[in-house]
Each structure stands twice: as structure tokens, then as C-alpha cells.
Design a protein around this ligand. Sequence first.
Ligand code: CP
Length: 337
Amino acid sequence: MMKFQGNHILSVSQFDREAIAKILQVSAQMAPYASRKKRCHVLDGAILSNLFFEPSTRTRVSFGTAFNLLGGFVRETVGQENSSLSKGESLFDTAQVISGYSDVIAMRHPQMHSVEQFAQGSSVPVINGGDGANEHPTQALLDLFTIQSEMMHFNKGLDDLNIVLMGDLKHGRTVHSLSKLLSLYDNVKVTMVAPKALQMPDSVISTLSDAGHEVILTETMAGNLSADVIYQTRIQQERFASKDEAELYRGHFSLNKSVYQKYCQENTVIMHPLPRDSRPEANELDTDLNDLDNLAIFRQAQNGVLVRMALFALTLGVEDQLTDYEKPVNWFTNKNA
Ligand code: CP
């Protein structure tokens, strides 16, 4: 079994099926705390440094929320312009200093492999919150947790999954990490719907095909969306050479109720790492899908709290002590109604 305690979480390549099963199991144990049925203060006194050098809503806030829900304190830096990285300080030096202040660090940065570089200077575990177009391992784990939870309703699991990945598969780090995790399961079929110029990197396709999975590459939605899950992605404008280049692809694969009813299975689950681009010229996931039970995007985002709580518990070695540190919830809450 992979050792979590004291280790960095930098890439999904670190995990085998056993390690993922452990993360998903501990994530499920976090549900009563996230839904405010009980409190847990197992990390009372611990400090998370949450360093976000690239925009984020879900990942940054859910890392902080997850740590708070386990009783810990959170210190944040947002934007390179507000950090001494803008004065020329190296990632290594920053890591040496910040790890002296913290028990664990979560970090997002626009450059590929920057979080790994940072981790080399850190004396405490570092969790990758997204490094450029490379990877987003905690997103992939929460995606897998979501797929497992959603498929349970149809008596299915992670094996024999039929999934469509759609949109900007070249720059979308979430689909890179998710594909690598899916390659660990059995008999997976992955249909990749993207403009040719934005198709999945060859290395990621090989990870799936070398593991014996069926991979279909296509540029059209028609006839290709019949699956257990559709995972839509955003055109990652910030990773293109220019805004004009990104504009060429915006709106190519808008999914709305009419397209869903025409091309998807009756129960196809819709996922998206979010944010969805809801501007009219993009409209990648139309709001007319909001009333579908199978639209899992907000359940998916909520699952991020559970999975990040689990990763903190595992890297700090307290996953077996949760119930020893429970307290009642004293305030009004309708979360567990
Ligand atoms: N899914 C995700 O990474 O969202 P944020 O960019 O808002 O963190």
C-alpha cells in the first residue's frame, strides 16, 4: 500500500487502485462532517498554507474549507503579484520559508511541473492544486469519487465504464489526470470529442490504449455521446497563444437539453470540472440542463471538499482518529435536512 503520511500529492501517477480505493473510502467517511451532522477537530492547531498563483474558485475555497472542517487553520496567498515571487524569489526559496510556517501546503501555479519544483524545497507535504496544463490530481480524484457515487444508482462501478471526454482536451489538465486514473480500471471505453487541434495529448491516449482500453477520437458529437458519463470541459483560453486563437474553438461543442435528448442515453450523467463558460458564444453546458437529475456538476464540486479532507487526513496521518475527535454541531444548519 502506498504510504500517504508525510508524502506530497503531485501527480495521479503516484496512485494504484489500492491507494485510490483508500482515498475514496476515507472521503466517504468525511460526509457527516461536510454535511454538518457532526464536527471533527482532529487537525486542531494544524496550519495549511493555501498558495494560489492562478485564478481559482472551487479548488482554493474547498481546500480551505476541508482543512477548517477538520479543525485546522488556513493561511492564504492569492496571485503572484501579491507574493515575493514577483520580486524574483525562486519556488525553492518560497517553499523553504512557507513550509517552516505550515504543516501542509496546497498550491496552484500556471507553469507545468512548478508544484513539483516547489515541493523539492518543502519540508512538509505539498498537494498539487493544478500546475499549468499538466495535472490536477485532486480534481481527478473527486471526479472519480463522483463517477463512483453516480454510477452506484445504476448498479455500476468504475470498471466497464463508457465515458465521453469533450472540449479542449489538449489544455484541460483535469481530463489528463482523469484519463490516467481511468486507465487503472478494467474495460473502459473513452470517446474523446475535440477539434483536431485540441485533441488529447498522445501520451495520455497511450496510457489508456496501452492498458487495453478502447479509445475513440472524433470531432463530432452526433452519434458519439451515448455513454454512462459525459465530461464536458472549457476552452482554456488562458493556455492559448492569443484570445483570437481560443475564439476559433469557442462554442463548437455546446451541450444543451436538445443535444442531450438527441444523442445521449436516457441516464447519461453530465459532469464538468467547472467553471462552465456560460457566455452566449461558448455556452458549453446550457442552463436548460439545470433541472436534469443527471446533471452532476454541483454534486461533483461538493465532493471536492470530501476528497480534499481525505487527502489532508491521509498525508497528516490522522485518518484512523476521526471519530476520537468528534463534537456536536451547535448552530442552525439545513445542510443535513
Ligand atoms: N475545477 C476547478 O479547478 O475549478 P477552479 O479553477 O475554480 O478551482
